[in-house]
Design a protein around this ligand. Structure first.
Ligand code: ADP
Ligand code: ZN
Length: 611
């Protein structure tokens, strides 16, 4: 057995390496440089933690996520790994202590904020110790313009000159090819071995639903599938964050708001509670979640359309790091398209910049309107080929496509008539009312019932018409402009009107698809209890007891619950009900240190549940 595998089993309590882990670890242990691209939850941390434990000296980990360093170090210490960190949140005494440990060779891993490495005193400290490797986490920071940490990351390219013999491993979950090559060149890692994992997250179920009454739809999702689960809900504006959080609280779901307008202290507190407590929901703007390494986030919901597929992928990727079934749910409607187009038109920057934003939005819309597997579309966007996944809404409830050429022509001609005959422009609402032949006050006011197109669209329902508008927008066959999102012809409209182009549209499924394996039966009616995913019913009571024990233990130690044990580990214990330490030690996630520390307590909890 290799040293690395021995460490994996003894310290981390895991049986086997996943994916490329083994190869990456062997390469770094042997002193090679590596650039690792792996999705969130893929298991990047072990790729540097294990080499640091196997090689002589201290592994130096550069990470911008200062707020999470304490938790990361706590998690390692709970495993019996000697870890410490240096960043600006510490006072001088704390710093001195860590420095002394480092120099005395009493650390396996030292976490550093990137700006520390630009300070000569840190460099000279490192020079006096023995270093096993440099790990550069969140390496995409070096590649992103406007990124706060970019200058500090750029300076990291010099590590190689100062420590030519120390291997470097850079890691990121950002998938695009452009970022990948920029990281390699900026960090001078061209000669490093590149490891590119599949970006698929098979345990995440992707679902995109037409938006009707989003808060209600969300509540339905939480009540039927995610009762008592931890999750993140993204909204575009601060106001909708506040409103959504209030709405959920009123409906018995513990939800905390998070946005840049909140007092920094409240923000930090809400984030800490989310990380530490079981089953909390955070409603946030996209400012929330960078580097959140909570493993048991069971769902990520978007109430507004993300601006790009990258953003969507990164945000949804925060679900299910522990590999257990999780949901990525997005509600999207016509208004989203109107609003985003408006934001792009009004954005600062030149025409090229706006075009770029526009193409990001188009890619996102294409993903929303596809009749193919969502995952196939998502991975294709990142340049990876795959086949229909069986775990997204279009796979579970295939969407039919239908020939919408005639309705599209009717809609476009209504826009044309309004312009030609009346010199008017209107938004989708009025155009659809005209098509349906509705004599609303506004239709009468503008005498629109006299138009020849009035009432020519009775074959579709209003929701279907809105779907037609949305999809034409997504396909660029119509455009919106101005504050009110008035409809205007686009370059592609002419071909449709002239009959040279067929328009294929997605028919909305009648009922919203459900998770293939719903866990709703395990949930309780309200509050934050229970609802473990995919657990045999007879194991639920024990799982609940173990969770309660874990909650109390975590509180006592002031660490997040997952630092004690992950849900996946508790589920396995609940299913096996071990009666000896040896049996317990065989459970994935129970290493030597945790077995010694918690083994007896767990066995007592198991025994008590059987009485
Ligand atoms: P990343 O940093 O890539 O997002 P992590 O390193 O946090 O991912 O790992 C994600 C989860 O997978 C963690 O809960 C980790 O303990 C677990 N994990 C990683 N490697 C293995 C393995 N070989 N066997 C079992 N669990 C693993
Ligand atoms: Zn699919």
């Amino acid at each position: 057995m290799s040293d690395a595998l021995r460490v994996l089993r003894r310290v981390f309590g895991y049986d086997a390496f996943r994916g490329d882990q083994q190869e990456i670890i062997d390469h770094v242990v042997a002193g090679g440089d590596a650039l690792v691209l792996m999705p969130t939850g893929g298991g990047k941390s072990l790729c540097y933690q294990i080499p640091a434990l196997v090689r002589r000296g201290v592994g130096v980990v550069v990470s911008p996520l200062i707020a999470l360093m304490q938790d990361q170090v706590d998690a390692l210490r709970a495993l019996g790994v000697r870890a410490g960190f240096l960043n600006s949140t510490q006072d001088l005494d704390e710093r001195r202590l860590v420095e002394a440990e480092f120099l005395a060779g009493e650390l396996d891993l030292l976490y550093l904020a990137p700006e520390r490495l630009r300070v000569e005193s840190t460099l000279s400290l490192l020079g006096r110790g023995s270093i096993s490797l440099f790990a550069i986490d969140e390496a995409h920071c070096v590649a992103q313009w406007g990124h706060d940490f970019r200058p500090d990351y750029l300076a990291l390219s010099e590590l190689h000159e100062r420590w030519p013999d120390v291997p470097r491993i850079a890691l990121t979950a950002t998938a695009t090819e452009a970022t990948h090559s920029e990281i390699a060149s900026r960090l001078k890692l061209q000669d490093a071995r590149h490891f590119v994992a599949s970006f698929d997250r098979p345990n995440i179920q992707y679902r995109i639903a037409p938006k009707n009454d989003p808060k209600r739809q969300l509540l339905e999702l939480l009540r039927t599938e995610h009762q008592g689960h931890a999750g993140i809900i993204y909204c575009l504006s601060r106001a909708s964050v506040e409103k959504t959080a209030e709405f959920l609280v009123k409906n018995g779901i513990e939800a905390l708001p998070y946005h840049a307008g909140l007092d920094a202290r409240i923000r930090a507190e809400n984030q800490a509670r989310f990380l530490r407590e079981d089953g909390l929901v955070v409603v946030a703007t996209i400012a929330f979640g960078m580097g959140i390494d909570k493993p048991d986030v069971r769902f990520v919901a978007h109430l507004d359309l993300p601006k790009s597929v990258e953003g969507y992928y990164q945000e949804t990727g925060r679900a299910g790091r522990d590999g257990l079934p999780s949901t990525a749910w997005l509600a999207y409607g016509l208004q989203d398209v109107v609003q985003q187009r408006k934001m792009i038109d009004g954005s600062e920057g030149d025409a090229a910049h706006r075009r770029r934003l526009g193409s990001h939005l188009d890619a996102m819309l294409a993903l929303c309107e596809t009749v193919e597997c969502r995952r196939v579309g998502l991975l294709a966007y990142f340049g990876q080929q795959s086949t229909a996944c069986g775990n997204c809404d279009t796979c579970l409830t295939p969407a039919e496509s239908w020939d919408g050429t005639v309705p599209a022509q009717k809609l476009l001609s209504t826009v044309v008539r309004l312009k030609r005959e009346r010199n008017q422009k209107f938004g989708a609402g009025q155009v659809v009312d005209i098509l349906l032949g509705k004599k609303t006050a506004k239709v009468i006011q503008f005498d629109h019932d006299a138009l020849s197109v009035f009432g020519i669209g009775a074959e579709l329902r209003e929701a279907e018409w809105r779907g037609v508008v949305r999809q034409l927008l997504a396909q660029g066959l119509i455009a919106v402009e101005g504050d009110y999102g008035t409809l205007v012809l686009s370059e592609g409209s002419g071909e449709v009107l002239g009959g040279q182009r067929q328009v294929m549209l997605r028919r909305e499924p009648e009922r919203a698809p459900r998770a293939a394996k719903s866990s709703s039966s395990a949930g309780t009616k309200s509050g934050r209890a229970a609802a473990p995913v995919d657990l045999p019913p007879e194991a639920v009571p024990l799982f609940e007891r173990l969770r309660a024990w874990r909650g109390a233990t975590a509180k006592e130690q002031g660490v997040p619950a997952y630092v004690i044990f992950h849900d996946a580990t508790l589920r396995q214990i609940a299913t096996l009900s071990p009666s000896t330490l040896a049996e317990l030690g065989a459970v994935s996630g129970v290493g030597e240190n945790k077995l010694a520390k918690y083994g007896e307590q767990i066995l007592e909890t198991v025994a008590a549940a059987e009485e």
